[in-house]
Design a protein around this ligand. Structure first.
Ligand code: GLA
Length: 409
């Protein structure tokens, strides 16, 4: 069941906006950004961000919306990723419960977190077992009445190699296609079964069945899933997920550099059908790891193209770094203002398209909220600075244009 928290918070927040006209940024090259997965393995340490932050209070800014109240007007849940640090920190708790009503675990539902080697060896089958951190995050979501996006089952990264080998021993041979298909089925089945047994399944409304399987040149990413099962492994994953997930959980394919993979994804999604031609998939997740100089019109074209397939299209890991991926910019006042404007225009364009019925989106998830907790903290991609004060980007995303870095304050 979808669990909603609808709430409207009126907060008075203070921020000074230094008067200084912002430079318009140049149009981007249509070049793929580097693989997020390659850069991100461990959860980032919550260290302070050494970049520019808003200056002392000038005049209080009255904020009458939260992300959940604004997006809620469009039937879109407002999401953030969640880590064990965040649930143990009072300020993070306060921000998350005020601003968001959907959660994606940053790391603790990934294959390496849920597949247990010792128990798999003992059982002679892959065994899903949630560790204490995963359990405490699940419990936190339940206590705080959060809706949850599951992330992720089949992925090339943060996945232990031993799952692909005979006797779960990497010194032995890779298993046959049939064995790996049986392991895949068991893994997917247990994911839903065990969440159900623990009483958490009903919090889930979406699940990323497969993450990052396609390359920008239109080829399938090389992985041990592809190597052991073969070309149809993606179809098989969705077939099993469709078989074992309850109806109320939407099944997603999730990827990054979506604006450079549009046609590949458009063609691929149409292959995910059963023998009667019905979709085995419900939605496409756009990670949206963007830069302030990425072209927004290209992005909206991708949204509409994939949206035209009739499935949901959701932003699943949004963050907007400063500059371009080849040339990351410093967190100067001007660049932070450019980021505020970018967030304003991005969210504005999305909400407009949702309203016009061009895109079916039921959640928009940001990959965190405070720069110092981000996997890309050196690129200042989020809404709050290291003191958890709102940046121009916060006001931009909230559609408070007058504070989003457009005009001189
Ligand atoms: C990818 C993954 C996420 C996360 C980010 C980096 O986008 O889908 O789970 O690992 O990389 O944090």
């Amino acid at each position: 069941m979808k669990k909603w928290k609808l709430g409207l918070l009126t907060a008075v927040l203070a921020l000074s906006m230094t008067a200084c006209s912002a430079k318009e940024t140049a149009a981007p090259e249509a070049t793929p950004t580097p693989t997020p997965a390659a850069e991100a393995t461990a959860t980032p340490a919550p260290t302070p961000e050494p970049t520019a932050t808003p200056e002392p209070t000038k005049e209080p800014i009255v904020v009458t919306e939260t992300f959940q109240s604004l997006f809620g007007k469009y039937d879109i849940k407002a999401g953030t990723c969640l880590s064990d640090f965040m649930i143990s920190n009072k300020k993070c708790n306060q921000i998350i419960t005020e601003q968001f009503n959907s959660i994606t675990f940053e790391n603790h539902l990934k294959p390496e977190a849920v597949l247990n080697h010792q128990e798999s060896v003992a059982a002679g089958d892959l065994v899903v077992k949630f560790n204490n951190t995963t359990l405490s995050l699940l419990e936190w979501c339940k206590e705080n009445n959060m809706a949850v996006r599951g992330h992720t089952i089949i992925w090339h990264s943060q996945t232990p190699d031993w799952i692909f080998y005979e006797d779960f021993d990497t010194k032995k041979d890779l298993v046959s296609r049939d064995v790996m298909l049986a392991r895949m089925e068991s893994y997917i089945k247990q994911t839903f079964e065990k969440l159900d047994e623990l009483g958490y399944l009903e919090m889930f409304y979406a699940y990323d069945v497969v993450n990052e399987a396609w390359m920008e040149d239109g080829s399938k990413r090389d992985s041990l899933w592809l190597k052991t099962i073969g070309d149809d492994y993606l179809w098989q994953a969705f077939y099993f997920a469709d078989k074992y997930a309850p109806e109320y959980i939407d099944l997603y394919y999730n990827d990054y550099n979506e604006q450079f993979k549009t046609l590949t994804l458009y063609n691929f999604i149409q292959t995910l059908v059963d023998e009667d031609g019905n979709y085995l998939i419900d939605g496409v997740g756009f990670q949206a790891h963007l830069y302030t100089e990425d072209n927004l019109e290209t992005y909206f074209t991708t949204l509409e193209k994939i949206g035209s397939l009739g499935l949901k299209v959701c932003l699943t890991e949004l963050d907007v770094s400063l500059g371009t991926w080849q040339n990351v910019k410093m967190a100067t006042e001007d660049n932070l203002k450019a980021q505020g404007r970018y967030y304003y225009n991005l969210i504005n364009g999305i909400l407009q398209r949702v309203e016009e019925g061009k895109v079916k989106m039921d959640s928009l998830t940001v990959w965190g909220f405070a720069d110092n907790l981000s996997w890309r903290k050196e690129r200042s991609p989020l809404f709050y600075n290291m003191l958890y004060q709102p940046k121009y980007s916060f006001y931009g995303a909230l559609q408070m244009k007058e504070h989003a870095g457009f005009a001189e304050e």
